[in-house]
Design a protein around this ligand. Structure first.
Ligand SMILES: *Cc1c(COP(=O)(O)O)cnc(C)c1O
Length: 235
């Protein structure tokens, strides 16, 4: 582990740039989202001090507590499962939701956002490998949900997100990232929609994700160190 946060960010950024070079992509097409779950507000302050504006959290409750202690210019992204009884709060606190995993949730976000006078950008979370333990739409469900989304005015689907199966070697997740990108490409044609975003890649596999087209990579431990407090499981 490199000593300072600045050094770790610099090292990650140069690995992103190298992956972009290999893939023939512009480095500024990849957004690095620091994931602050389980870390305290001081960690967020460190990221804010280094110039990050967007922060990822996986739980509404934890984010709410931190947001009240952090600079107001930050934008918070929800990356974990959202319970229906927390939708209203999520609309209030978050500027993007990466983890919309059901049609019902999409409809609830639309109506809550309408009441707040907002339009919420979201990604549809796809369970690309069909794992029983994971949230997410099956690839087959994405088309119908996108069709419904076209009739909603207060939620905008901007892309797809996935958390692939845990593997030993990052190379092993490449087919899953590629599957998400292929699905996105097909859906853009089929639904006639612009779906610019692919939210995929974490500390262990972000270079592969970048090579496969990720526009948002969600990084926690590689930036902030091992999580000491246990992660509260997604509800
Ligand atoms: C925790 C989490 C991350 C970050 O994980 P690291 O392996 O620490 O980078 C990314 N995405 C989601 C959905 C998470 O819950």
């Amino acid at each position: 582990m490199l000593d300072s946060f600045h050094e770790r960010v610099a090292a990650v950024r140069s690995r992103i740039e190298a992956a972009c070079l290999r893939a023939g992509r512009a480095p500024d097409s990849v957004h690095l989202l620091p994931v602050a779950k389980t870390y305290g507000p001081e960690t967020v302050m460190e990221a804010a001090g280094a110039g990050f504006r967007c922060i990822g959290e996986n739980r509404v409750q934890e984010a709410r507590q931190k947001i009240s202690l952090c600079p107001g210019h930050l934008e918070w992204h929800l990356i974990g499962h959202l319970q229906s009884n927390k939708v209203r709060e999520a609309i209030h606190y978050f500027s993007m939701i990466h983890s919309v995993d059901s049609e019902r949730l999409l409809l609830l976000i639309d109506s809550a956002a309408r009441e707040e006078g907002k339009t919420m950008p979201v990604c549809l979370e796809v369970n690309v490998a069909g794992e029983a333990s994971k949230n997410g739409l099956s690839p087959d469900e994405v088309g119908p949900v996108l069709e419904i989304s076209q009739k909603l005015f207060n939620v905008q689907v901007v892309g797809l997100m996935t958390v692939p199966p845990a593997v030993r070697e990052p190379e092993e997740v490449r087919p899953w990232f590629r599957a998400l990108r292929d699905l996105r490409d097909r859906m853009q044609i089929q639904a006639g929609l612009d779906l610019p975003d692919l939210s995929m890649g974490m500390s262990g596999d972000f270079e592969v994700a970048v090579e496969e087209g990720a526009t948002w990579i969600r990084l926690g431990s590689i930036l902030f160190g091992p999580r000491i407090r246990p992660e509260v499981p997604a509800e």
